[in-house]
Design a protein around this ligand. Structure first.
Ligand code: ATP
Ligand code: MG
Length: 416
């Protein structure tokens, strides 16, 4: 029979890799909770129109990457390609704005139909945050600082913060005209995607991955020269506050982000150790999104990190392994095996981490397996121990073994 395989672009995360995920999650959750961000969990699928309106039809994500399907009730649904649209829908629908400023974070799988490669999958995971209801530059810098704190706590190095402002919608319109005017004479030299974008979404040409297009884009006008007074002041303040916090950054006027609802601050954190898929965190301000999705006016800023890319980096950094049991429980013979099951359960309830050997194989083989788990001690029950109401305790490092009464064993374990 043909074996069923996981779907292209998806991966199993096996137990020896899960330790890295748990380290990543715990580190991030600690830092988010110290900054008083609260977790929100939204559905994995939503109405397609949420993403069309919230991400923008001219984007790659909506244009060609969404997993969209009809359900049995003929509704058009989409597996979420990112977390912001769902979080903002929940913010509006649950009237969270009534509670003032909202600091939210989320994590979970996202789905995009892309060409799978290292650091790029069709089901991937993000951890992200959204700060809703604040316009001040301090908000921008708070969220950037949390991202850099997380990456620092993970021990990652060779990272750079790329910073830009895409200004207001009005600024962007002026800039867009200037950019198109600059690019038109080069039209035939641009890659095909970029030629198509010239009308629909010319700003995206700036982050084309095509070498020739990149060379042309290098001399394009800078959006930073097109910022209006307000956006300019906001951006200057962001830069100043980052400097105050000793967070280094590079100005990158070609950083425009793939999503349309961004205003003012845009940023990415890139790793020098990841090759082509270098961006581990992308974010920015999206003051227009809440009203675009039918909520009131609410300025907001957020970011999302690609967890697979962080895991690739973490694995290079330090080997993490599954934690060993405190006790490996060996038993043989029907009575002994049954008694061991009960004792193992009691020990777990007392707080010990106990692995019970269930193989029924001979003592020698069970001890060998116990050794491999890295447990410090083995508890051993055989028929004679059951008869005498005793148990053997074996120290796996030294091989030393002693016979204890059932009363002695608890005392002995506590001393370990
Ligand atoms: P890219 O330019 O790499 O496609 P993007 O601009 O589409 O990224 P965002 O929508 O900003 O990405 O998502 C935030 C982060 O999520 C990215 O910086 C990246 O780390 C991660 N990410 C995005 N798409 C994928 C994917 N298909 N597989 C794995 N991680 C991804
Ligand atoms: Mg993408």
């Amino acid at each position: 029979m043909e074996q069923i395989q996981a779907i292209r672009g998806t991966r199993d995360i096996l137990p020896d890799e899960v330790v890295y995920w748990q380290f990543l999650e715990k580190t991030a959750f600690d830092i988010l909770s110290r900054a008083c961000y609260q977790e929100i969990r939204t559905p994995v699928f939503e109405q397609t129109s949420l993403f069309e309106r919230g991400i923008g039809e001219a984007t790659d994500v909506v244009g060609k990457e969404m997993y969209t399907f009809m359900d049995r009730g003929d509704r058009t649904l989409t597996l979420r390609p990112e977390g912001t649209a769902g979080a903002v829908r929940a913010y509006i629908q649950n009237k969270l704005s009534a509670g003032g400023i909202q600091r939210l974070w989320y994590t979970g799988p996202m789905f995009r139909y892309e060409r799978p490669q290292a650091g790029r999958q069709r089901q991937f995971h993000q951890i992200g945050l959204e700060l809703l209801g604040v316009k001040a530059a301090r908000a921008d810098v708070e969220v950037i600082a949390i991202a850099t704190d997380i990456l620092k706590a993970l021990g990652l190095q060779n990272l750079s913060l790329q910073l830009n402002s895409v200004g207001s919608g009005e600024d962007r319109q002026k800039y867009r005209d200037a950019l198109v005017a600059y690019l038109i004479p080069y039209k035939d030299d641009l890659d095909q995607d970029s030629q198509d974008r010239l009308e629909r979404n010319p700003l995206r040409i700036l982050d084309s991955k095509d070498k020739k297009t990149q060379t042309i884009a290098e001399n394009a006008p800078s959006i930073l020269d097109y910022l209006g007074t307000e956006s300019k002041a906001h951006f200057d303040q962001v830069c100043q506050l980052l400097t105050d916090l000793n967070i280094p950054y590079d100005l990158n006027p070609r950083l425009v982000r793939g999503l349309d609802y961004y205003t003012d601050t845009a940023f990415e954190i890139q790793s020098a150790d990841l090759g082509a898929q270098a961006t581990v965190c992308g974010g920015g301000r999206y003051d227009g999104l809440v009203s675009q999705l039918g909520g009131g006016e609410a300025p907001a800023i957020g970011w999302a990190m690609g967890m697979e890319r962080l895991i690739l980096l973490l694995k290079e950094l330090q080997p993490l392994s599954l934690s060993s049991p405190d006790i490996y429980f060996v038993s043989r013979g029907q009575k002994a095996e049954n008694k061991a099951l009960v004792m193992a359960q009691n020990l777990r309830q007392m707080g010990y981490k106990v692995e019970l050997d269930l193989t029924g194989s001979n003592f020698g083989k069970q001890f060998k397996r116990g050794d491999r788990t890295g447990a410090k001690i083995c508890l051993v029950l055989g028929d004679s121990e059951v008869e005498n109401n005793t148990i053997q305790l074996k120290y796996l490092e030294t091989g030393k073994q002693e016979t204890l009464s059932m009363d002695e064993i608890n005392q002995r374990l506590q001393n370990l």
